[in-house]
Design a protein around this ligand. Structure first.
Ligand code: G6P
Length: 508
């Protein structure tokens, strides 16, 4: 899939285009002041970069700075197409509608979403700009894969401009129940925007069914199984769109390889030494976000020390909270609360030699993250709501030694796949405390057994499989789809016949 010259515009066009709010690169400034682009850390980028490198595709996205036009460029086999945002748009579209309306609404209103008409106007303007940039980048009949909640209007805008394209959409965050979604004043426009896609992917089956219910309730469209009968503006049948769950994953093999690297293993030992070689290292790794349940985790850990069930020096919690959305009010408040709590716990319990919580408000290179995973006996993922949570999967991938234990919130999508973790309701602080203690004292053979099963799960279901499955489903033709529907109907009929045959007589 190499770039081909587009005769009319002179632009390179691509058979495969990913569209996401963020580009997969960050700008770095060298010692002599020169700037270059380096692969960005983070869930979405980590997930899609390997797919893009193999496909030689283009990635349309914002480069992260306001009021600046950047010309398209190449980075490690990916053609980068930057979309500019003004400072106003960063405020209204990104910090406003995306992260203060949609983000809290889609995460079950952990904090109250704000609805402002000027934020919505900016969201529409920016989505249109992304759609135009994509339309100019995609070759005739290309496959376009739009990512995440910031760009929900792009599928329809793109279909209107380029009906020749195959369009997929993937929502990385949860999709809320229709009772919450219905609060959104622009709920119809958002659903219509998404339904411009042929296939709309979600993390969990419950996200897909929430979406299907919203489509039926808000738009009144017919829904059969996973298929939606999309109508045009006059109520006439237009086409079929589908909603499916495709849980995202990680590049498991790459992380396992890194975890075997002697330098990273040495670094893991050094991290433990730096903490004063405690018996138990607990670890939390999150963007500093109110969905992650960082406060709940700190409370549980602090109480365990208060209760004398853990002792400073014997146990240490390392909490990496990487800076995120720092100009949004709720994030500023959260940071203050977390830092106050950490300060209090450490102030009360630290000794001159040892700290209770090593709090790190930084982002780190991925090598350092793998070393931290390796150094940790217990990983704490206590999200109150999370589309997937790739950190949980990364921790498992790093434990090539089959040691360690994972505490995992049942409200993270990863709980569907990692059933051998210690699943918790993070709101239940007593349960969380008990599970932490249980995880610490888990006998090694049982820890190894659980870790092996979870490692097998993520080795088979890695990110390459995720994207392959999504793209295979997207590529299905109408004929294959109707065949699928017929097969499903046959299977259902066969299932009923079998149930009839085996049903005990007295149950009838
Ligand atoms: C989540 C979202 C992504 C987003 C990332 C970082 O994982 O699903 O779309 O890129 O957070 O957030 P940011 O606002 O910095 O892009």
């Amino acid at each position: 899939m190499s770039p081909t010259a587009d005769g009319t515009t002179g632009n390179a066009t691509y058979e495969f285009v990913v569209v996401a709010n963020r580009l997969p690169v960050d700008r770095v400034t060298g010692e002599s002041g020169e700037s270059s682009w380096k692969r960005a850390p983070g869930g979405l980028v980590t997930a899609l970069a390997p797919v893009m490198e193999n496909a030689d595709g283009a990635w349309v996205g914002w480069h992260g700075a306001p009021d600046e036009e950047v010309a398209p460029f190449d980075n490690n086999g990916i053609s980068i197409v930057p979309v500019p945002l003004s400072a106003d748009e960063v405020n209204l579209y990104y910090e406003g509608f995306s992260n203060s309306t949609l983000w809290p609404l889609y995460h079950d209103v952990i904090v109250a979403p704000e609805f402002h008409r000027n934020w919505w106007d900016s969201y529409k303007t920016v989505n249109r700009r992304f759609a135009e940039a994509t339309a100019a980048t995609a070759a005739e009949g290309a496959t376009v894969w739009v990512q995440d909640y910031q760009l929900q209007l792009v599928p329809k805008l793109l279909r209107d401009a380029r009906p020749d394209l195959k369009i997929g959409f993937f929502n990385h965050i949860p999709f809320p129940s229709v009772d919450l979604f219905a609060q959104l004043p622009w709920r119809k426009r958002v659903l219509e925007g998404l339904l411009g896609a042929d296939l709309i992917g979600f993390q969990r089956p419950s996200d897909a069914s929430n979406f299907l219910r919203a489509v039926r309730r808000v738009l009144g469209f017919t829904v059969r199984g996973q298929q939606i009968h999309v109508q045009d503006g006059n109520g006439y049948p237009q086409r079929i769109a589908r909603a499916e769950s495709h849980p995202i994953s990680i590049d498991t093999a790459q992380i396992s390889r890194m975890a075997k690297d002697p330098e990273i293993q040495a670094r893991a030992k050094e991290i433990r030494r730096g903490l004063g070689n405690p018996d138990v290292v607990l670890l939390g790794v999150d963007r500093l976000d109110y969905t992650k349940g960082i406060r709940h985790r700190l409370k549980a850990f602090g109480e365990l020390i208060d209760d004398g069930r853990l002792e400073v020096g014997g146990a240490a919690l390392v909490q990496v909270a990487s800076p995120s959305r720092e100009r949004v009010g709720e994030y500023m408040r959260l940071r203050d609360e977390i830092e106050l709590t950490v300060g209090r716990i450490n102030g009360e319990h630290d000794t001159v030699a040892h700290t209770a919580i090593r709090y790190l408000h930084h982002s780190y290179p991925f090598e350092e993250m793998v070393a931290l995973y390796l150094a940790a006996d217990v990983m704490l993922v206590t999200a109150l709501r999370d589309g997937m949570n790739l950190v949980a999967k990364e921790y498992i991938a790093a434990h090539v030694d089959n040691k360690g234990a994972l505490i995992l919130s049942e409200f993270a999508g990863a709980a569907d796949q990692l059933k051998h973790a210690f699943l918790v309701n993070p709101h239940d602080i007593d349960e969380l405390k008990d599970k932490i203690v249980e995880a610490i004292h888990l006998p090694e053979p049982e820890a190894t057994r659980r870790m092996r099963i979870m490692r097998r799960q993520i080795s088979t279901n890695d990110v390459a499989r995720w994207s392959r499955k999504f793209l295979e489903s997207l590529a299905k033709t109408d004929a294959e789809l109707s065949l699928d529907a017929r097969n499903r109907a046959d299977e259902e009929r066969a299932g009923h016949a079998e149930a009839d045959r085996t049903r005990p007589k007295d149950a009838e």
